[in-house]
Design a protein around this ligand. Structure first.
Ligand SMILES: [Zn+2]
Ligand SMILES: [Zn+2]
Length: 370
């Protein structure tokens, strides 16, 4: 399998006050480390955080999104891991490349899996790779990249992730584990071992999508057609397409998507109205794979396909803001359709000469002749 992307190097504790210091492992997520640290000291995560920060209910918020300096300083003093290393194990450094900035705490964060509230029906938990947890050798830990919405497979093992407990089907909520639970590879709801399952192969499509996104998030640059563009603009475009594929006119969509992704087949719309980040893994993967491929199509090819599919300015209009990369494409489209919309290739009337030439140019490009 391909080499997994590395997000941060981890850190060893120095001068810890704890009797059992717990190092921060490479790529470990901060909130997962907190749970692991509590279980290692033999206490409930809730008890540990209550002692560190009395009257501050850290588990009602998403502490992977960041933490105030003074709170982190208290933790550093106790556990010996540098605050700086903890900051690297949270989401904000990633957000700079993914969203162009660190979003406000009260807003939903693009491409970050949210944790639903406990009293809501759809409680979101962690997604994880059971094989990774199995190989962690007595120290199972939660990876930061499992918080990212485009992560639906394990790069290391080539298998799909799980977003539910394989035994009870409930969400994976490690912060609700108790002192007697030995590791966080246990389900807090049914006590089942999260590692006891054989995940399915992910297939090349999912892994390729994930690699494209990881590279963009890691380097801050992405490929749009033949051009390098800032990763956050590209992520914005991919997220727009993931939403657009759920809501657009099906006839237009078919013509546009068929022409750009002829092998994509029918794209199922999810029944749930949750944001793309909160959707169950299967639904999310079904939308993100074509969305990422569409977002990697450059200006020329995308505009040609849109014109050919009979798209107008209105075809890309959604409740969401138009991504910057899509603006020139939309600017090249007519305000409204001149003729009644027709499915490309299904009408009786012959195609216009210009349409045939466009198609020919695209075929040549695909075949590497032009
Ligand atoms: Zn794995
Ligand atoms: Zn369970």
């Amino acid at each position: 399998m391909g080499k997994a992307y590395s997000w941060h190097p981890g850190s060893r504790p120095l001068n810890a006050r704890w009797i059992l210091p717990v190092p921060l492992l490479p790529d470990e997520a901060f909130s997962g480390w907190l749970v692991r640290a509590a279980l290692a000291q033999g206490c409930d995560p809730l008890v540990l955080t209550g002692e560190l920060w009395p009257k501050w209910r850290v588990w009602t918020m998403d502490c992977d999104r960041g933490m105030p300096d003074d709170r982190l300083a208290v933790l550093e003093q106790e556990c010996g891991v540098a605050a700086e290393a903890f900051r690297a194990s949270m989401l904000p450094p990633l957000m700079v490349n993914v969203a162009g900035q660190v979003p406000e705490l009260h807003e939903p964060w693009p491409w970050v899996r949210p944790f639903g509230r406990r009293n809501r029906r759809c409680v979101q938990g962690w997604q994880y790779c059971p094989v990774c947890l199995k190989e962690d050798d007595g120290k199972p830990f939660l990876r930061l990249h499992w918080r990212l919405a485009w992560h639906v497979a394990c790069n290391k093992h080539g298998t799909v992730l799980l977003d539910r407990c394989p035994h009870c089907g409930g969400p994976v909520l490690p912060h609700r584990l108790a002192a007697e639970d030995e590791t966080l590879a246990q389900c807090a709801l049914c006590d089942g071992d999260l590692r006891e399952t054989q995940p399915e192969d992910a297939g090349d499509e999912l892994l390729a999508m994930q690699k494209t996104c990881d590279e963009a998030a890691g380097t801050g640059m992405a490929r749009w057609g033949g051009k390098d563009v800032p990763a956050h603009e590209w992520f914005d475009l991919a997220r727009f397409f993931a939403g657009w594929l759920r809501r657009c006119d099906l006839v237009v969509r078919r013509a546009f998507v068929d022409s750009l992704l002829p092998d994509a087949g029918e794209i199922e719309r999810p029944v749930l109205t949750l944001s793309i980040e909160a959707l169950p893994l299967d639904d999310r993967a079904r939308l993100i794979v074509p969305a990422v491929r569409l977002a990697s199509t450059g200006f020329g090819e995308m505009t040609e396909a849109a014109l050919e599919a009979g798209m107008t300015v209105r075809s890309f209009r959604t409740r969401n803001r138009l991504p910057a990369l899509l603006e020139p494409v939309v600017a090249a489209l007519p305000e409204r359709s001149r003729t009644r919309r027709k499915r490309a290739g299904s009408g009786d009337a012959p195609r216009s000469r210009a349409a045939v030439e466009r198609m020919w140019r695209r075929l040549q490009r695909k075949a590497g002749l032009a």
